[in-house]
Design a protein around this ligand. Structure first.
Ligand SMILES: [Cu+2]
Length: 139
């Protein structure tokens, strides 16, 4: 009886430790799918079809995709697809100054000329909402 109780507790604990990570991934995927739909509404094409740039959407206090890998020389265009909230892009680890506030439908571009990984932030929301992105630039 006692050992069975221990066994099921261990199973339950295992489930509780795994479930939040899976739920967070699903939530992020659903949110980024909505961000893509907003992008299509605004610009009339898929983000992947943008000419000569790689798109990162800003939506509901998240960067979509949150982690990006691009070859050196890539220009990334951040696009605010929110309805009301403004965001910024601050490539602080690259020593860049923070972008202007980007209102809905506004964009910011940066061309990555050196390889490496760096985090970047939304100035107004990184601390309170953990709105933080990551770019890996490959040689
Ligand atoms: Cu933000």
């Amino acid at each position: 009886m006692y050992s069975r109780f221990l066994h099921s507790s261990a199973l339950l604990l295992g489930f509780l430790m795994v479930a939040p990570a899976v739920a967070a991934d699903d939530k992020a995927a659903a949110l980024c799918a909505k961000a893509e739909a907003r992008y299509v509404d605004m610009f009339g094409h898929l983000a992947a079809e943008a000419d000569g740039v790689t798109i990162v959407k800003m939506y509901k206090y998240r960067f979509c995709p949150e982690k990006l890998s691009v070859p050196v020389g890539t220009t990334v265009r951040w696009v605010n697809v929110d309805k009301r909230t403004s965001h910024t892009v601050h490539l602080n680890e690259a020593g860049e100054k923070e972008s202007d506030r980007l209102f809905p439908e506004e964009t910011f571009e940066f061309t990555f000329l050196s390889a490496g990984s760096q985090q970047y932030l939304c100035g107004p929301h990184w601390e309170t909402q953990k709105m933080i992105g990551m770019v890996t630039v490959t040689p």
